[in-house]
Design a binder for this molecule. Structure first.
Ligand SMILES: [Zn+2]
Length: 156
C-alpha cells in the first residue's frame, strides 16, 4: 500500500464521506486463489489502514469471471447499487476512484463522477489507451492524495 493512502482516506473519513472499496477478483472464479485469500488481504488492508487511523466503511468484491455474466463485475454497477442501498448513498453525488478504464465506465454507468489515478495501471492506461476511450474521466489525479483533494473541493 502506498504510504499516502491512509492519510488520504482519513481526510475523507473526517469530512464524513463513506469510503467503500469495490473490486473485481475473478481469480476466485478462475480458481487461481481461494475466496479466503480475498478476506485475508482485506483484513490486512483494513489493519494497515487502521494503524494510519483510516477507516474503510465497506468492501465489496466480485468473484466471478466475465463469462459468468453476473451483475456485479465492474464496469457493471451491481456492487455500487448494493453499496448505495446498504450505506444510503446517492451515487450521483459519489466518486469512483480507480486506475483502470473499467472504473471510468463504472462511474458513468452509475451516474457517479470518475477520477483516474496515475498510480498502478493508470499511467499506462492514459499513455496507451485514453485517446480512444469513448468516456473520459472527470478528473485525472497523480495519486489518491490528489484524488481526495479534488473530492473534498467538489464536496464543499
Ligand atoms: Zn460478479
Amino acid at each position: 500500500m502506498f504510504p499516502f493512502v491512509a492519510a488520504a482516506i482519513r481526510r475523507l473519513n473526517e469530512a464524513g464521506l463513506p469510503v467503500i472499496i469495490v473490486t473485481n477478483q475473478s481469480g476466485v472464479g478462475r480458481g487461481y486463489f481461494p475466496e479466503s485469500l480475498v478476506h485475508t488481504v482485506n483484513e490486512l488492508m483494513t489493519e494497515q489502514l487502521s494503524m494510519g487511523r483510516a477507516k474503510i466503511d465497506a468492501i465489496y468484491y466480485c468473484p466471478h469471471t466475465s463469462a459468468e455474466d453476473c451483475n456485479c463485475r465492474k464496469p457493471k454497477t451491481g456492487m455500487l447499487d448494493r453499496a448505495a442501498q446498504e450505506h444510503a448513498l446517492d451515487l450521483r453525488r459519489s466518486f469512483v476512484v480507480g486506475d483502470r478504464y473499467g472504473d471510468v465506465e463504472l462511474a458513468r454507468n452509475a451516474s457517479a463522477r470518475s477520477i483516474l489515478v496515475r498510480t498502478g495501471y493508470g499511467e499506462g492506461e492514459l499513455a496507451w489507451h485514453a485517446a480512444k476511450w469513448p468516456v473520459q474521466p472527470d478528473f485525472v489525479a497523480e495519486d489518491l492524495a490528489q484524488a481526495a483533494d479534488w473530492i473534498l473541493r467538489q464536496h464543499k
